[in-house]
Write a protein that binds this ligand. Sequence first.
Ligand SMILES: [Zn+2]
Length: 146
Amino acid sequence: MQLTEHFTLDEFTRSPIANRLKIDNSVPDELMANVQLTAAKLELVRAALGKPIIITSGYRCAELNKRVGGVSTSAHTKGLAVDIRCDYGTPKQICQRLIDAGVQFDKLIQEHNQWVHIGFSSSNNRQIVLTAIKQGGKTVYVNGLV
Ligand SMILES: [Zn+2]
């Protein structure tokens, strides 16, 4: 199912881990509006980067989210966040570009120099920018881009 010009529902739900564990990760009807909103916002992200975006993790049902170690309040479980890669540049360069381009988001996280987490809100996009780093084996979030 095509959500917007460049994004399909399948890109939001596919998960090798869900497949392997036989978890049904389909989006429930009541969250479809959120996924639609996220896809619409991602079109603006794509436009700012000028390159296709690969969604490495989109919607996560509660069970999948638990299996991948996500926090229970994760915006992924509401269909309002995605993890992305893009050959625009490093995760930090991608984040910087989105900030410079004035893209609206609720939370933007440069994750371990490996991927970018971006979350949206339908009402109040707070423009929070964080960097996830490992400290003593634990992930900690520091303010801004480092
Ligand atoms: Zn994420």
